[in-house]
Every structure is written in C-alpha cells, then in structure tokens.
Design a protein around this ligand. Sequence first.
Ligand SMILES: Cc1ncc(COP(=O)(O)O)c(C=O)c1O
Ligand SMILES: N[C@H](C=O)CCC(=O)O
Length: 454
Amino acid sequence: MTRFISGRTPTTNAEAFERALVVTPGGVNSPVRAFRSVGGTPVFLASGHGPYVVDVEGTEYVDLVGQWGPALLGHAHPDVIAAAHEAVARGLGFGASSTGEVELAELVLDRLTLGEGASERRGIEKLRLVSTGTEATMTAIRLARGATGRPLLVKFAGHYHGHSDSLLSEAGSGIATLGIPGSAGITPETAAQTIVIPYNDEDALAEVFALHGDRIAAIITEAAAANMGVVPPKPGFNRLLGETARAHGALLIVDEVMTGFRSTAAGWWGLEEAAGSGYDADLTTFGKIIGGGLPLAGLGGRAEILDLLAPLGPVYQAGTLSGNPVAVATGAAMLRGAGPEVYDRLPRTARTIADGLSAALSAEGVAHTVAWAGSQFSIFFRPDAPQNYAEAQDQHTWRFGAYFHAMLEHGVSLPPSVYEAWFVSAAHDDAAIERVLAAAGPAAKAAAAATPAL
Ligand SMILES: Cc1ncc(COP(=O)(O)O)c(C=O)c1O
Ligand SMILES: N[C@H](C=O)CCC(=O)O
C-alpha cells in the first residue's frame, strides 16, 4: 500500500497546498511562494498563456509576477515553445558541449559588447553558462577571490543575489519577506567575509574601502536593486562602485540576473550607457530571461578574468546540467524574440498600469509611491521613494496583504511580498491592462481599510 501517493490531481488550491504541506517543507519549493507575509492559501498554477496564468481551480489571473522575470514575452510564447519542442526532440541533454550553447553566448555578447575602439574594460567578452542565478553569483565571487587573492566581499543591505552562504547577510527577497537578518547554517567565519553596507551611500563605501581596501576582492551589487522593492542606484552610483573597486585593486560584480535583457536589450548596463552614466563591470551575472523560462544563467566578463575558470585557469566551476540544450534553445528563442518593439512596449505598459494603480490609491488617501528601474516597478506604502533597505522597510507593509488579496480576488496576480518587484511582459495587451485597472479601485479600498497587526 502506498503511503504518500494519492493518485488524484488536486482540483482546489486548498487541497493542493494541503497535500504539498505533507511532502514539501512549508508546502513550497521557494519560500516567497508560501504567502507567509500576505496570509491565506497559495495559488497552485496549472498553466499560463500570454499575460495570464490559470490556477488548478480554473481561475485566470493577469500575471504581474512573470515567473519572477523570465516571462519577458508572456507565458507559452509560440516561438519559445517551438524552440523547446525542437530541442526536446533531439534529446534532453548530453553532458557534452552542443552548438546551441555557443549560439546563445554569441547572442548575449552581441548585445553587451561596445563597438571597436571602446575602452577594453567595457562590455563582456566571454560567458560561462550555469543553471541558476545563485550559481552565477557564487561563481563570480569565487572568481573574484581567485583573481585577486583576497578574501572579503562587499554587498549592499537589501540586495539579493541568490542563496549561497556568502550572500544571504541582510539579503532582500525572501529574507526580507520573512523579516529575518539572514540564514541559519552559515558559519560565522563565512559570514565575516561579507561586509554589508547601506545602498546608495557613498560615505559608507569610502569608509569600508579605507578600512579594508587591500583585503576586498569584490563589490557585488544588483544593477538596480529590485529585491527590497525597486530601489534604483543614484545616478553615477554604479560608476562610483567601478572606480572605487578599481582604485583598490578589487573587482566590481554587477548582478543583472533580474535586469538583464529586461531594462533594455543590453540590460541595466545598456540603460546607463544610453544615459551617459555607463560603468565598467568586471563581472556581470545573468539569469531568468537568458534561459527563456528554463533553468539557465550565466556569468560574463573580460576574457582575462573569465579565462581563470577551469579548464584554462585555477578557479573551479562545473555543472552536470550546465548549458542544457533545451534551456539554451529557449533562451535563444526568447532573446531573438525580444526586439526593439518589446523594449519600446514594456515601459509604456508598466507606466499605464502603475499610473492607474497609483491614481486609485491616491483617491483612497493611501500614502504610497511607485519606484522605478527601467520597466520594473513596485509600490511602497510610504510617500517617497526609498534609497536603501532601511527606508524600504520604513513603510506601511501591513497594507500590502489586504492589497494583494483584493487584487487576487479581482483576477490579478501580484508577487506575494511587498519587497518584490512587479513584472510586465510584451504580451500584456489592452485587455490585460484593463483588467488590472479594473482591480485598482477595490484593491486601493482594501489597502485603505487595512490596519496594522497588534
Ligand atoms: C538579482 C538576483 N540575483 C540572483 C538571483 C538568484 O537567481 P536564482 O533564483 O535563479 O538562483 C535572483 C533571483 O532569485 C535575483 O533577483
Ligand atoms: N526575488 C526572487 C528572485 O528574483 C524571487 C524568486 C524566489 O525567491 O522564489
């Protein structure tokens, strides 16, 4: 007799969650999905199409989670699905190199390399593919330590770079959502190698380098922070990070796992280049969109640094599933499908939605602000945009649960945390936007009526 297998597919979210709780820690495979900060039963999704997702009960929602970023063209885009089918038919993976990996690297490098004659520090010359953003940032740190022979890492409070040990101190995303300072299970020795400073704070940066400059291997930063809600860098801050690192013989790692291929065709880096505040990253990490929705991520940089990776160099990194042929095919299909019209459309769609939501909140007298980084935005329940984690936490977070559930009831799926960014896709058409705007009034009323927990 089987103990766990029920043989029946759950038909309600409650039933699905109940069963998940028995066999999965917290009923989820990634903490934010558990709805802990907003309360209630998580939805279990059965399918997605265009701007919509559908749960196991058959309820359709306009999706503003976008797979946490990868769904740039919307769900189940025909070209991406066709690329997956074609690749699957040839085999799921070989544990050997395949030409699709090279094609994807070429597509990425083409978007991120400056023209001939540009300073040789700029742009990305080589790319190593891995399977998750966590692996990409973890490898970037190892590479920085290997390249400099130094131990320390500087990160910013509220930034999230995945869940490797060195990077969970005062992290954003789920760590912020759960209201905890970091994770158990990390040795004090490891934690001591990461120095956390406030974001957008030039003085703290100067001070940490004055004190420890010759022991710092790297600064790691989100290209534009979006895991404590959206908090963009002050103009010129990323450039200052590059200059400071360079002046002290350290490296700058810019994490574009979320912003890469979303803010512009060339990610946040492209946006700052166009704005005249371009910066020199020594290493750049990618994830999400680069895999087109399947597990794939990457680490890029100048050849002299990337070539320190095995087999050429002494810094080890490997992966059974690295460069998986199906994931590189879906990633390439997504990048090929993300032409100028996509990057033109995304900010306009985001702006229309955000303006409508903001107007509804204002009409209900709810203090709030919409914060932006390219086409990504999030709503803070405070009157002005925060510049760092302390300010991002200083808001009426207690309004968000009511707001979130009112949206869900009216057919709009938001990230289930006040500290996550919202994502639109190229598939969000007028009908989807209308549905979001129709939910704006009731959600604003719910936020206005919310009260802090005792
Ligand atoms: C900026 C950033 N870096 C790294 C990661 C880690 O990526 P993954 O979840 O694929 O490990 C994430 C998201 O999870 C992210 O938003
Ligand atoms: N903020 C995270 C990634 O960007 C959300 C994904 C997760 O933790 O499940």
